[in-house]
Ligand binder design. Structure first.
Ligand SMILES: [Zn+2]
Length: 239
């Protein structure tokens, strides 16, 4: 009973918070991509001219063939990583536009379909990077997914403890070495026996999400699925 009410209060407060945010930063007045005025019923807050350039994945559920003995179960991606998706991620990460997460989350949710996870976790940034950027773009996306699906967001469990080199110019093996020991789990009882959804902005070779999934599974998670905004369809992109 106590848990029921604390849940009700928690999601009630979340609703108030997101409704205030929507009043301050309405998503249905200007196109998120080109800033032109839009009708208030357009999907994802993107105008008709822009949305045709989005490369939505035909199926959210993606095939993953290039990782042997992977630690996660399924990969879901909303889009493929082409021009417009690149711009969105760039703006989200480097142009101080964390609010773009609000249009990204519904795209991911649509591809995910009805799922029952026990918790949602975002791929963390290192402390230094977080300080510099002031927010974690994956966490921003995860926040909205958590709110929409009413699945708790699990914070401060998966930590990035090592600063890693940019993944762009590394081959798959170098990526794995670069990322080894980069993540650590704390407070593992919070994920034990839980079905988790791990959120990242982009999926390239999968090494980041796989190494994170490994940490979660080794620390007792029952299952880890991955959901990303965009999947790179060729080698050599930032992870
Ligand atoms: Zn537009």
């Amino acid at each position: 009973m106590k848990v029921f009410w604390s849940n009700k209060i928690y999601w009630g407060l979340q609703t108030i918070k997101y409704e205030i945010f929507e009043l301050l930063y309405p998503s249905n007045i200007h196109c998120t991509i080109c800033s032109q005025p839009i009708k208030d019923d357009v999907k994802y807050g993107i105008c008709e001219k822009c949305i045709v350039h989005m490369r939505f994945a035909e199926s959210g559920l993606q095939e993953v063939e290039d990782i042997e003995n992977k630690y996660f179960e399924q990969l879901y991606a909303a889009t493929y990583y082409y021009e417009l998706e690149k711009n969105i991620i760039y703006d989200l990460k480097y142009n101080q536009k964390p609010y773009l997460a609000k249009i990204i989350a519904p795209m991911i949710i649509e591809k995910l379909g009805e799922k029952d996870y026990d918790g949602i976790i975002a791929i963390p940034l290192s402390r230094e990077k977080h300080k510099k950027r002031e927010y974690n773009q994956s966490y921003e996306i995860a926040k909205y997914i958590s709110y929409e699906l009413k699945i708790p967001l699990i914070k401060n469990v998966l930590l990035r403890v090592k600063e890693t080199k940019p993944q762009n110019n590394l081959n798959p093996l170098e990526r794995i070495i670069n990322l080894s020991d980069a993540f650590r789990v704390e407070n593992k009882r919070r994920i034990e026996e839980k079905k988790l959804l791990l959120i990242d902005d982009i999926y390239t070779t999968g090494s980041t999400v796989d190494i994170s999934s490994k940490e979660l599974v080794m620390n007792g998670a029952k299952l880890v699925d991955i959901a990303v905004f965009s999947r790179a369809v060729y080698e050599g992109e930032s992870d």
